[in-house]
Design a binder for this molecule. Structure first.
Ligand code: NAP
Length: 268
């Protein structure tokens, strides 16, 4: 009975809702770190809006293949690219592969990121270097290799995933906060450089989002974070993905060099 009512409601909605085209129809996107979490959410949302998606990952091949199947279920093209975004040569090769496969690059999302938390007095050099290499240098490298194609096209959208930690700073995360604040500086500088070529460059600063990255935090830390969120809940990858769809779409054509917080009000 409930199923019949739901079906009828769905039919009425389909007949009465104004039809809109898919926001990213025919576009091509590369999303780094798309094997799971926020990156997978963005890949799925882009595909739902009609974009073909290149799914980058570093270690989790099975998960990346799951994202590929998810993307293809929306009737768009998908490809999977294994690459450590912190490596100059690998990132250059990935970009060549994507452009060879898709013919163009309309949207680049720098989402790949890691944490190696420690207090400043105990932080090891390699903990600092690993986080900066993946989060900040990785974003620089994909832009360095991908922007050339966008300049040729005289169009493109670059979206860098920063963090509330880059805006507020977070104890125990000096490496991560530095990388995420660096991403904001990178975003603004590149936005100024590329604006004349029809390319927008923006950042999204998520707050506390339910993914594998945050599931490893101690229960007490998770509760403390929840207590700092005016909207009273953790975010979901979909919350961030919707902001990415907006910034990638024509609706955001006049927005560049901005940081959009998606954090339930943590930073205001
Ligand atoms: P996650 O679940 O840990 O996923 C991280 C993704 O990055 C995975 O797909 C991973 O792929 C990929 N990755 C890691 N190192 C890589 C490398 N060297 N090269 C290429 N890919 C690499 O994390 P998440 O929570 O979805 O976070 C995604 C982004 O949002 C990160 O930049 C993170 O800093 C940012 N963010 C997250 C939160 C949050 O609360 N979750 C808040 C603010 C900002 P493999 O497993 O294949 O290596």
């Amino acid at each position: 009975m409930i199923e019949v009512v739901n079906e009828q409601a769905e039919m009425v909605r389909e007949q009465t809702e104004p039809r809109r085209g898919r926001l990213l129809e025919g576009k091509t996107a590369l999303v780094t770190g798309a094997s799971r979490g926020i990156g997978r959410g963005i890949a799925e949302a882009f595909a739902r809006e009609g974009a073909s998606v290149a799914i980058n990952y570093c270690g989790s091949e099975d998960k990346a293949m799951e994202t590929k199947a998810l993307v293809e279920s929306f009737g768009v093209r998908a490809m999977v690219c294994r690459c450590d975004v912190g490596d100059f040569a690998q990132t250059e090769q990935m970009m060549k592969d994507v452009i060879r496969e898709f013919g163009r690059l309309d949207i680049l999302v720098n989402n790949a990121g890691i944490t190696r938390d420690n207090l400043i007095l105990r932080m090891k050099e390699e903990e600092y270097d690993q986080v900066l290499d993946t989060n900040l240098k990785g974003s620089f490298l994909t832009i360095r290799h991908g922007a050339r194609q966008m300049v040729k096209q005289r169009a493109g959208r670059i979206i860098n995933i920063s963090s509330v930690s880059g805006l507020l700073g977070n104890g125990g995360q000096s490496n991560y906060s530095a990388s995420k604040a660096g991403i904001i500086g990178l975003t603004k500088a590149v936005a100024r450089e590329l604006a004349g070529r029809g390319i927008t460059v923006n950042a999204i600063a998520p707050g506390y989002i339910s993914t594998e990255m945050t599931s490893v935090l101690p229960q007490k830390a998770q509760e403390a974070l929840l207590g700092q969120i005016p909207l009273g809940r953790a975010g979901e990858p979909e919350d961030v993905a919707q902001a990415a769809v907006f910034l990638a779409s024509d609706m955001a054509a006049y927005i560049t060099g901005q940081v959009l917080s998606v954090d339930g009000g943590m930073y205001m």
